[in-house]
Design a binder for this molecule. Structure first.
Ligand code: NAD
Length: 483
C-alpha cells in the first residue's frame, strides 16, 4: 500500500498549493513507499508566515515549558521507535537492527539533551563604568529558522537542529531531502504530538532547489541551518547572505596510520568508519594515508574486516550493511573506483555493485590498495563503502595529502606515540580529529563542524554549542536610579 503524506503548515496537515506529488522508494527493491506533496514557493510563503506567528508566541514561553516539550518528543520517539526505525530503514536503506533503531534512539536522546542544556543557557552581566548602571546580556531565540537536511541520517540530522530550535524557542520551516521525506513526516508527527504551538514546526517536502532555496532566501526567515553537500551549502550561503548560518557540509575523513600504530585496532576502526551507513556519512573514513612500511599489513587486515560485512536486505536482522540510498551516490562510487583502478590501484575486495541482492544500489564493501594520492577517490568525497589505502612516505607527507582537498570536517590519526599523534592532530585543519579512534567517532554533545577556511562548513553543532548558535545575545542596560 502506498502511503499519502501531506505538508505541515501552521499546525495543519495540508496538500501542496500546486496539487502535485512525488514518491519516495525503497532502495532495496525500488518499490514505492509513499506519495509526498511537491511543495512550491507558495507553500514556503505560507509556512514562513505560520512560523513568524509561532515565533512571536514562542518568545513568550518559559524554559521549563520548552524543555518539557523536548522531553515529550523524546518520549514519543522512544514509544514509536520500532515503527519509525522500520520506515527509516525501508526508505533510507540502513539496516534496521544494526543502525536504524539506534538512530531513532539517538534522536530521542538529542531532544532530552536539548532540554537539559537549555536550563543552563545563561546570559552574563558585564560591568558598566557607571556604578548605577547594570548591563544584562541575555540569550534570545533568533526567530524563524529554515532547516534543510540530507537523506543519510534523516532522523538524527534534523534532530540536531529541531531539538535545540524547540528548546530555545525558534520556529522552523523544515525542508527534508526528497528521498527520505516519509520518515520526515513521522518525525514531524512526533514533534506535534508534544503539543507545541501551531507553526512551531512547518514541514515542506519537495525539490530542494525549489523549496529549500525559497526558504533560505525568504525575507521572513531570520537564520538558516543546513546539512548537505558543499555545492549546495555554497549556494545557500549566497542566497541567505547576511543571515546567521550553520553549515555542516562535506568531508572525506582522512585517516592517517603511522608505522607504530596498533594495526588490528586501526583496521577494525577503518572498516567500521568506512562501511557504517554504507559509507554515506559526512565523517566516514574515505581515505587512509598509511606509512609505506605497514601498507601491506594494514591492507590485509582491512580486507579481513571487509569480508565480515553482511551486505543484505535492510530488514534482515543479520544485515550489517544495506544498499546505497540513491543512484547518483552509486554512480559516483563506480566512477571513483574506476578512476583509482586506471591510476594503478589494486582491488583487494569488492569493487562493484551486487544487483542480484534485489536492486542496483547494493554495493559491496570495497578495499583498494596502492591508491594514487591524486585519484578522485582521495581528492573528492565518495560517500560509498570504499577504503582506499594510499601509501605515504612520512607523517608530513600524510598531512600534506590530507590537506590538499580543502575538506576539514573529521579526521583520525593512529600511532602509539602521543607526541607523533598530537603533532599530526594539531596540524590538520579538520574541526575534529580522533586519535586512535574512527573518524566517525562522535557524541551528540561534542562540538562538531568544519575547520575555518575549508569546504566543510561553518559553525559548530553539538549539545550546548547548537543552542548558542541558535540564539543571539540581546544586551539591555538600565540605570538603577531611573525607576
Ligand atoms: P545535497 O546538498 O544534495 O542536499 C541536501 C539538502 O539540500 C536536501 O534536502 C536537498 O533537497 C536540499 N537542496 C538541494 N539543492 C538546494 C538548493 N539549491 N537550495 C536549498 N536546498 C537545496 O546533499 P545530500 O546529497 O542530500 O547529502 C549528502 C551530503 O551531505 C554530503 O556531501 C555529506 O558530506 C553532507 N553531510 C554533511 C554532514 C555534516 O554534519 N557536515 C552530515 C551529513 C551529510
Amino acid at each position: 500500500m502506498t502511503l499519502r503524506d501531506q505538508l505541515l503548515i501552521g499546525g495543519e496537515w495540508v496538500d501542496s498549493a500546486s496539487g502535485e506529488v512525488f514518491t519516495s522508494t525503497d532502495p532495496s527493491t525500488g518499490e514505492v513507499i509513499a506519495e509526498l506533496q511537491k511543495g512550491n514557493v507558495d507553500d514556503v510563503d505560507r509556512a514562513v508566515a505560520a512560523a513568524r506567528e509561532a515565533a512571536a508566541v514562542l518568545r513568550g514561553t518559559g524554559v521549563e515549558q520548552r524543555a518539557a516539550w523536548c522531553e515529550a518528543v523524546a518520549g514519543e520517539l522512544e514509544r514509536r521507535v520500532d515503527e519509525i526505525a522500520a520506515v527509516l530503514s525501508a526508505e533510507q536503506g540502513k539496516p534496521v537492527g544494526a543502525e536504524a533503531r539506534g538512530e531513532v534512539l539517538t534522536a530521542a536522546k538529542g531532544f532530552r539533551d536539548a532540554a537539559g542544556h537549555v536550563r543552563h543557557l545563561d546570559g552574563t552581566i558585564p560591568f558598566a563604568e557607571d556604578p548605577n548602571v547594570r548591563v544584562l546580556s541575555i540569550r534570545r531565540p533568533r526567530g524563524v529558522y529554515a532547516v534543510i537536511t540530507p537523506w543519510n541520517f534523516p532522523v538524527n540530522i534534523p534532530t540536531e537542529y529541531l531539538a535545540p530550535a524547540l528548546a530555545t524557542g525558534n520556529a522552523v520551516v523544515w525542508v527534508p531531502a526528497p528521498t527520505t521525506s516519509h520518515v520526515a513526516v513521522l518525525l514531524a508527527e512526533a514533534i506535534t504530538a508534544a503539543g507545541v504551538p501551531a507553526g512551531t514546526l512547518n514541514l515542506i517536502t519537495g525539490p530542494g532547489a525549489v523549496v529549500g532555496d525559497a526558504a533560505v532566501a525568504h525575507p521572513g526567515v531570520d537564520a538558516v541551518g543546513f546539512t548537505g553537500s558543499t555545492v549546495t551549502g555554497q549556494s545557500i550561503a549566497r542566497r541567505a547572505a547576511g543571515k546567521p548560518l550553520l553549515l555542516e557540509l562535506g568531508g572525506n575523513g582522512p585517516t592517517i596510520v603511522l608505522d607504530d600504530a596498533d594495526l588490528p585496532k586501526a583496521a577494525a576502526a577503518i572498516a567500521s568508519g568506512a562501511y557504517f551507513n554504507a559509507g554515506q556519512t559526512c565523517a566516514a573514513t574515505e581515505v587512509v594515508l598509511v606509512e609505506r612500511s605497514v601498507h601491506d599489513e594494514l591492507a590485509r587486515l582491512v580486507t579481513e574486516e571487509a569480508r565480515k560485512v553482511r551486505l543484505g536486505r535492510p530488514d534482515d536482522a543479520e544485515t550489517t550493511m544495506g544498499p546505497l540510498n540513491n543512484e547518483p551516490t552509486a554512480a559516483k562510487t563506480d566512477s571513483h573506483i574506476d578512476d583509482a583502478r586506471r591510476r594503478g590501484a589494486q582491488v583487494l575486495e569488492g569493487g562493484s555493485r551486487k544487483p542480484e541482492l534485489g536492486s542496483d544500489l547494493y554495493y559491496s564493501a570495497t578495499v583498494l590498495s596502492e591508491v594514487d594520492p591524486l585519484a578522485d577517490i582521495v581528492t573528492h568525497e565518495t560517500f560509498g563503502p570504499v577504503v582506499p589505502l594510499v601509501p605515504v612516505d612520512s607523517a608530513e607527507d600524510a598531512v600534506r595529502i590530507a590537506q590538499a582537498p580543502q575538506f576539514g570536517l573529521s579526521s583520525s590519526v593512529w600511532s602509539r606515540s602521543a607526541s607523533r599523534a598530537f603533532a599530526v592532530a594539531e596540524q590538520l585543519r579538520a574541526g575534529i580529529v580522533n586519535i586512535n579512534e574512527s573518524s566517525t567517532y562522535w557524541e551528540i554533545h561534542i562540538p562538531f563542524g568544519g575547520g575555518s577556511g575549508t569546504m566543510s562548513g561553518l559553525g559548530r553543532l553539538g549539545g550546548m554549542h547548537t543552542l548558542l548558535e541558535m540564539t543571539e545575545i540581546k544586551t539591555i542596560t538600565f540605570d538603577t536610579r531611573s525607576f
